[in-house]
Design a protein. Structure first.
Length: 164
């Protein structure tokens, strides 16, 4: 018994109805006919050909015919719907790795500041005493700066000082 392999993406195959046109394309090409009949019958003078009616029909028919064109195997209408849906989605995503990579790309600014004596924790796990003069010097350095804190892969706390 002969067997055939069915492709995984059957949804990409569309049925053609007439002249290699799909149902969507046929609807897009027939829609101007019905709309032009409505224009001829409802706009004055009724059921007479006038230039403004022909212009309205042309303005309506050309975009609908263009939407029926195929680009890369897809009807242009479907591509426009995909683009509109993409643009309508929210652009801000929280808790992604992108935030970490953006922080790592920031280049630290070199600040000409007076040298401060920074001490580490002593053996009794209490910080050493910081004098008020050292606090004033640090406040002067950071007065018009933006400070970003982040941890590296080892868990150490790093800071970047930027101008506001």
């Amino acid at each position: 018994m002969k067997t055939t392999i069915i492709p995984a993406q059957i949804t990409s195959i569309e049925d053609t109805i007439a002249a290699n046109l799909t149902l969507t394309q046929i609807i897009l090409l027939i829609l101007p006919v019905f709309l032009s009949a409505i224009i001829f019958s409802l706009l004055p003078p009724f059921i007479h050909i006038r230039l403004y009616k022909l212009v309205l029909i042309a303005i309506m028919s050309i975009p609908l015919a263009l939407l029926a064109l195929r680009i890369n195997g897809q009807v242009l209408l479907k591509l426009i719907i995909v683009i509109v849906n993409y643009c309508a989605r929210p652009k801000l995503y929280l808790l992604t790795n992108q935030v970490k990579s953006e922080i790592e790309q920031i280049e630290p600014e070199v600040v000409n500041a007076p040298k401060l004596h920074i001490t580490t924790l002593q053996s009794n796990n209490r910080p050493s005493h910081v004098t008020p003069a050292q606090m004033v010097l640090l406040a002067d350095v950071l007065e018009n700066k933006k400070v970003l804190f982040f941890t590296n892969s080892e868990g150490r706390l790093n800071a970047i000082i930027q101008n506001k």
